[in-house]
Structure formats: C-alpha cells, structure tokens
Write a protein that binds this ligand. Structure first.
Ligand code: DP6
Length: 334
C-alpha cells in the first residue's frame, strides 16, 4: 500500500454508468452506505467518466470536474477517501470529465466513483480484486459498485452488520446484446440527492417495507431472464421494479416526483410499442430521463418514436459496455 515512487505520476481510468433493471432504493447503514436492497444492472458503453489521479505535488487535495474546481463534489469525494484510505492518505489531485449531463438521473456518481476507485487502486499499487474495488466504490455511491463490471451485474446486499455487499458479473455484454435509447426530457441537476431522498422514503413511505421485502424475488427473476436471454421476462420484471420504486418515491413525504410530462408520454409510447410486439421496455431513475432498453434490431424504431414525443430534447444511444478499467499510467501498463 505504498504510494508509487514518482510522486508526479498520474493514472487515468474510465468507467461507464450503469442502469439498474432491478432497482436499488434504500439504505441499511448510512455510515457504510450499505443498500437496503440488492440490484441488477446493465453497464453502458458510450457514456463515460474519465478520471485522472496523481499525488498532489503541493500536498493539497484538489478536485476538478469538467475543468472547474468543484467544492461540493470535492467535499464528498475527499470525505469518502479519508474514510476509505485513512486520514493519513496521500493528498491527491483528481480531474474528472463526463461526456453526459452530471447528476440528472444518468448515474454520473456511479461511473464517477468506479473510475476513481480503479484509478486510485492503480496509483497506490494496491492490486485489489474487482469485487473488492466494487465494495469500495459502493461505499462512495451504492450504484457505483455495479460499474466495476461490464455487461450484466448483480449486487446482493449485506446480510449482517459485519458483512459487505457482494457484487458479481452475471454475464458479459456479448451474452445478450441490448441497446439503450435515453430520452433526455430535461437538462440540469436533480433537486435532491439520492442519499437524502432514500432516507426520507424509508422514514415516510407506507410502501417502503414491502418494497424491500419483494426485492429478492425480483433479483432472481431478472438473473434467470438474463441467463436465458429471455427479453420478455426481463422486460416485465424491470418495468415492475421501476414502477414499484417510483411508487415508493412518490409516496414519500414530501413526495419525490421525478417524472415530467415528457417522461410520462415516453412511458406511454414505449408501452404502445411493446404491445405492438417491439422488443422494448422502459426504466427511469431519480430524474426525468426515460431509458428505453431494446433489442438491437428494434433500436431505430424505438429511437424515431421517442424523438417524436413532445418534450424530448434529445436522445442518447448506448449499447452494453465493459467494466471500469485503467487506460493509462498504471505500473502494469507502463
Ligand atoms: C434510482 O447510487 O446514486 O439510480 O448510494 O446514495 O449514492 P447513493 O445512491 P445512488 O442511487 C441510485 C438509485 C437509482 C437506482 C439504481 O441505480 O439502482
């Protein structure tokens, strides 16, 4: 765990956001950021966070996002690093860029923490296993644990106070190729962070306990559907999980209503296409964007239908991608 000798060496890692098909919403342990529910996700390819870390030459922590110093994110990141690496950790210079909107329900915290953990692991020559890095990333942001893996990932919650989450790849991207069309219906940051929102849901939604109790069955159903490449079964469990999570969100006090009119119009459009036999289903996270997951052969039809929905500002296309990885600067790559 010794820092590398060349204090000015830098490591760059990339990570892709992932989208949960079986959703995570709720915390069991706030200090360790342990989720109250497991989740199943797909990792995307075209959306990306690219993070470079170096030992700070002047001994001062520094965090730049999109070329600008970011105080709120810097505070969260360095607090996390103090807890994860110890307060005597080396001071770091971190620069990070996303090629998609930050904090708008497109999982920028997932790819952000995944890229950070992988880059720091290489910078400090730690050689941690992917599953261990996933646990570390999950302590920063629950969904980040899944971005360590490409294709399809499953996260199982900790079952005791001394336990940690278990995260594994269910299948690589090539096992069951899927396309994702993101309908962007509003740009800009979300009004409330997911950590705070999840606590409010736990404390006030009458459906929260039932949501948590049903999760195990959904995880197994989704896993089986993925392993059998059964699109219809995956569509059914995914939409159901999404709508159950939003029912919990919407019945939280004060209500967490993440949808706008265009989000709902897109849901109707996807449902209509699905009834017509198009291979597509929707999922929505803590923001107004709708993610249409589809069979690659149906992607163009889905994209042109969603582009015509009033209020859709633009589409983002993705397929399934790989897990977080170092792209330059690691000792092993030198
Ligand atoms: C709605 O991973 O952002 O996207 O652990 O508090 O950082 P924290 O939460 P975060 O929550 C993601 C919630 C979700 C559903 C999901 O991705 O499973």
């Amino acid at each position: 765990m010794t820092p590398r000798d060349q204090t000015n060496s830098a490591v760059t890692a990339i990570a892709h956001p992932n989208i949960a098909l079986v959703k995570y919403w709720g915390k069991d342990d706030l200090t360790r950021n342990l989720p109250a529910t497991g989740s199943v996700s797909i990792t995307l390819d075209t959306l990306m966070t690219r993070t470079t870390v170096a030992i700070a030459p002047d001994g001062k922590d520094r965090f730049e996002l999109e070329g600008r110093e970011e105080t709120a994110m810097a505070a969260r990141t360095f607090r996390y690093l103090d807890a994860h690496l110890g307060a005597d950790r080396p001071r770091l210079s971190i620069t990070s860029e996303n090629n998609f909107p930050t904090a708008a329900g497109l999982a920028s915290s997932a790819s952000g923490f995944a890229a950070l953990v992988v880059a720091i692991n290489a910078l400090l020559d730690r050689h941690a296993a992917q599953s261990v890095m996933a646990q570390a990333a999950g302590a920063g942001s629950g969904s980040a644990a899944r971005s360590l893996f490409g294709g399809f990932a499953r996260l199982d919650k900790a079952t005791s106070d001394t336990d940690d989450i278990r995260v594994q790849q269910l299948a690589p991207a090539a096992h069951f190729p899927l396309a994702v069309v993101v309908a962007v219906t509003a740009e800009g940051r979300k009004p409330i962070g997911s950590t705070e929102a999840m606590i409010q849901s736990r404390d006030t939604s009458p459906y929260y306990d039932r949501w948590v109790a049903d999760q195990e069955g959904d995880l197994d159903t989704a896993e089986n559907a993925i392993l059998r490449q059964d699109f219809e079964a995956l569509a059914t469990v995914s939409e159901h999980s999404c709508l159950k999570m939003h029912a919990v969100m919407q019945t939280t006090q004060p209500s967490l209503l993440y949808w706008n009119a265009a989000t709902i119009a897109c849901m109707h459009e996807v449902s209509a296409m699905r009834r017509d036999g198009v291979g597509v289903f929707f999922t929505i996270d803590a923001g107004p964007q709708l993610k249409a997951v589809c069979l690659p052969a149906d992607r163009d039809r889905v994209a042109s239908a969603l582009a015509d929905v009033p209020g859709v500002k633009r589409l983002i296309h993705a397929g399934l991608g790989d897990g977080a990885r170092v792209i330059s600067g690691a000792a092993d790559l030198d």
